[in-house]
Design a protein around this ligand. Structure first.
Ligand code: LIP
Length: 263
């Protein structure tokens, strides 16, 4: 685990990415990685900056990141898990729902996480056993009682549309029971919005480790729940079907997700 002083150092590095992001956005270059899947010079600049600075400050902690090869991983290892820009498609559209997401993985669990939206200047963070915070103020998952009042955010897994015909019937069933839906386009911000009560649940299939690691500790330290769609513990080193929600809605959401038919 990292000390309180080291956490401050990491949070300062994450905040420093704002100027770099705004500078790089002025000469934006978009590269296509696959269907609806992009990377920009902004993602690469943020990743290179944090790789260098974290490498200097924590030479013993290896880096797992979206825009690099990540091989030879061990469950017993200690890793930074970085999404330099979560919500790249949003960044390209200037939708302003994108975040730098950094988690610290230690022997099978996430012990520290930071998610920073440079467009709203909102920095969410949490450390194991120390609570969750938004810009330094404690946050908590919602205590809304009735699922009929719940706002649920879903992720459409746009990179693998083959599953959509099995996915959207599940979303339909949940929509008919909850209050309303949201689709933000940033998994990590969705999880932070569950942590601070702006949403009551978030679910998406086939998320990569950097799309859900940092958000997991923030939701849990805010009193929320994070599970796989089967109700198990995510692995953080592999893709996962992720559910994050206020604890009172875990049972109904897992029941609905268990109903998904596979092709
Ligand atoms: C994105 C997630 C989003 C999901 C997209 C993509 P990226 O992450 O935040 O929830 O729907 O498929 O995974 O690729 O912008 O880092």
């Amino acid at each position: 685990m990292i000390s309180a002083e080291e956490q401050k150092q990491v949070l300062s590095l994450v905040r420093q990415t704002k100027d770099l992001i705004l500078k790089e956005m002025k000469n934006e270059e978009v590269m296509v990685k696959g269907a609806a899947n992009y990377v920009t010079n902004v993602d690469l600049a943020v990743q290179n900056f944090l790789k260098e600075e974290l490498g200097k400050a924590f030479p013993d902690i290896a880096l797992i990141a979206e825009e690099k090869e990540n091989t030879g991983l061990s469950e017993e290892g200690t890793y930074w898990i970085l999404d330099p820009i979560d919500g790249t498609a949003n960044l390209i559209l200037d939708f302003r729902m994108s975040a730098v997401a950094l988690g610290l993985y230690e022997k099978g669990e996430i012990v520290f996480g930071a998610v920073f939206n440079p467009f709203t200047d909102e920095l969410f963070h949490a450390a194991k056993g120390e609570g969750a915070y938004l810009n330094g103020n404690a946050i908590h998952a919602s205590s809304t009682e009735h699922f009929g009042d719940a706002v649920i955010s879903y992720g459409s897994t746009p990179y693998t549309k083959s599953e959509a015909k099995n996915l959207f019937p599940i979303f339909y069933n949940i929509f008919m029971k909850c209050g309303d839906f949201r689709r933000t386009g940033s998994a990590e911000l969705d999880m932070c919005y569950v942590a601070c009560g702006r949403e009551h649940g978030y679910l998406e299939r086939d998320l990569k480790p950097w799309d859900y690691s940092a958000g997991t500790i923030i939701v849990r330290e805010a009193g929320g729940v994070v599970r796989t769609w089967k109700g198990e513990e995510p692995t953080y080193l592999t893709n996962g079907d992720i559910l994050a929600c206020a604890p009172q809605f875990e049972e109904i959401l897992l029941k609905e997700l268990a109903g998904e038919k596979k092709s």
